[in-house]
Design a protein around this ligand. Sequence first.
Ligand code: NAD
Ligand code: TDX
Length: 332
Amino acid sequence: MQRILVTGGAGFIGCNFVHFIMEHTPLHVTVLDKLTYAGNLQSLSEVPSARFDFVKGDICDGPLVEALVSRADAVVHFAAESHNDNSLAEPRPFVDTNLVGTFTLIEAARKSGTRFHHVSTDEVYGDLELDDPRRFTEESVYRPTSPYSATKAGSDMLVRAWVRSFGLQATISNCSNNYGRFQHVEKFIPRQITNILDGARPRLYGSGSNVRDWIHVEDHSSAVLTILERGDIGETYLIGADGERSNREVVEMLLALTGHSPDAYDLVTDRPGHDLRYAIDSSKIRAELGWAPQYSDFEAGLRSTVEWYRGNEHWWRPQKKATESKYAGQGH
Ligand code: NAD
Ligand code: TDX
């Protein structure tokens, strides 16, 4: 394997993955990204150009996708519409990109026999009660609840069917909530950090008791590379770092890290259909592929994320106002 195609490489996880690949492998990377509101070329400005190409384009563009996929030894597919609140306001782009885009890519990969890794989410499994002792496993039943998670679940099913029916050389991963640098300010942690930096109060949906299972984005990258190198074709791997926290706990930690009172937040209108809790059992990837997360100290990871946003206002500032006006329109 020498050349990989990374879709969505100008987004949060995609760009962190490209940086990770540059640091840890000799691979050549081509990024295919449409540069939607969520894509930002500045996130890739420090990538060494000798091993890197950028193509602006849509994963639904069949001829473009075929040309790029046939030239790659492997595809790592991150491109997606990724934000639940947007999927409730305007679902159409989620169907186009997450379903039709994934279909376009796997058709191309099957024609050229290219290795394919599909990046997905734990949200395909729906949610758990707060006191449920179980966590999601590779055997959990698909029960997506939002337009976003339904289209991600559909894309997983397409990949599984293409493996079985056409021998597509694919693997799938379903990861929990990521945090770290280069995450769009619409997402929970960057929104609260940049609110605090702006002198505004963090905003918790509902009662703040919903639980997410946090993983540092570097650990997601190392897991995806591990699957690409050693995963078994046709297999699904769940990726998680045992990082369950309620949203309220996360906000309290951010307030403490920035020297504010722990109750200096506001409770706002809840998200319709808001999933209560996600929790990942990542035993399979740990036991079968020998992967383990490196970022075990969540507070230290949050502290360095706060510092990154403090030091990179030029990166997030242009998006902040438009993001907050969109939220104001939704009552959040
Ligand atoms: P993101 O929204 O930050 O980035 C998505 C990228 O895809 C952007 O650069 C955007 O321009 C690009 N894109 C969107 N539509 C496109 C199209 N039609 N053609 C080409 N490019 C297009 O998303 P993210 O948070 O980095 O998520 C990346 C992937 O990881 C997604 O598939 C998501 O479902 C999955 N995932 C995310 C998380 C998380 O916590 N953020 C957790 C598990 C899985
Ligand atoms: O201002 C906020 N206040 C708040 O309480 C925002 C933006 C969110 N929330 C809550 C909603 C969720 O319970 O915080 C939690 C996290 O919200 P998001 O960052 O929107 O993430 P989530 O909906 O959990 O989905 C994320 O993880 C799984 C990613 O956006 C998805 O792409 C990924 O698949």
